[in-house]
Design a protein around this ligand. Sequence first.
Ligand code: 9PG
Length: 507
Amino acid sequence: MNTIDLGDISISTDAALARTTGGVIVDAKDAVLRHPLGSTTFYRHGWHSWALAHWAVMDDEPTVVRDPARRALSDDPLLAEHPGHVGNYVGAISGPHGNALLLGALGFDTIVEATAGTLRGTSRGEPSRWFAAYGPEEVVFADYAKALEKELGSVRGDPGRVWCSWYSFYQDITEASTHEALSGVEGFGFDVFQLDDGWQVEIGTWEQGPDFPSGMAAMATAISEAGYRPGLWIAPFIVHERSENVLPEIFVQDADGHPKIAGYNWGGPYYAVDVTSDGGRRHVADTVQRAVDWGYTYLKLDFIFAAAIPGVRVGDLTGDAAYRHGIELIRQTVGDDVYLLGCGSPILPSIGIFNGIRVGPDVAPYWENDLNRHLHQDYSSPALRYAISTSLNRLWLKPLVAVDPDVAYFRTRFAILKDSHRQLMADLCQVCESLATSDPPWWLNAAETDQLKAWLAAQPIIERQDRYRFTIDGRPVDFEPATLDGPIRSEPGQGAELALPIPHIDR
Ligand code: 9PG
């Protein structure tokens, strides 16, 4: 048994320990720290972009998505049945005086579980090393980020100010509406004009759909000529069942040798590309190469977790390791100058390859979703509150990668958001230094137009007071009421009193 003094507390473990900046390196496939902090709150970090990250009360039941059909999309499917407090890659337990004990993996396919007396890291793949530290919460997370940077590097990029088509038009984009938006945003100060889902023939058939008759290269040219960096959404690791001309041999399989369904969306199931197979690698490389050849230099790579789902692959790699293989191929194919934003991305294996990562679930023009909350306990589903909460709890990633909290709303049209809630998201984007919106200028009134322009032009001075409180140019901003910590609070009239019977769902 090795015991090491971490300032106010000492921890003991059976593994080999070595001091490093801010903490210790635990050199072991599995690392068990025995600690004296008892049952307080646990920093639970979800697997990918959309998965819940929050501080959970350890005496409460852990928050687990109740709908089995949504689990893979919501978080790590291998933890769906896990009874305790657990998360992916990193965990922390709060101590007295704003301190925390953190245990964070320096490798992939790793989970961290907490009990009143232990913090346990387990590797499901290659042996990992672990970083452990005790001290002020912000400091231990910053030191973990430094240890990760040593291990994985960082290609953190500046995304610039982005106009994205998704949160206004959704899949209903056309060549005409895109041109309308392109001329509409003139003079607002955007750097990137990004077309989202809806341009393609099908998920898996990455050619221009019927609504873009002039083709995607012509659209990229028009975007460039208007003065923006052309951005495009693609999901190179998934193929919808409706997609023709994609051979099932390239899919991740189940134990019976059938293509494994990775999830359901767009009205049916989709499959995951096996990025360890020759055919799968050709599909991925061709897809991203085509986008770059058309002229897009900002790629939003979505549903990208699919490369990591549990299943049978040609190459014998665990989920995250296969994913890393897949995104390395993307980076090699497109080169270093293309901005890569991972969405639905497993967090740790994206570091050092992606310039930016979406760090929370999708925003929506409403604050909460009562059904997803009370019936499914699903905070990975679209809602402004869930996007704010999870993104805030991933701010420690900022030195490693651009943290993208999704878009802000300035419009009141087609939205049921309070002004204060719209303001919170706009402020969070400033804190993240990631400014994006989907508002078409013609949906905005004069005051909203001015607000958007001022927001895009601002270079505020931001100071952090504590976990959720900041000042922006001296104005206090408190995000705490939005967060999903502890016993999840509700606002009166937002469905809190709703006592829905929770059905037992057999799998
Ligand atoms: C395009 C969108 C946008 C958005 C992405 C992603 O079924 N689902 O649970 C589900 C989750 C996320 C999602 C869509 C569906 O959104 O985050 O910004 O690009 O895809 O389809």
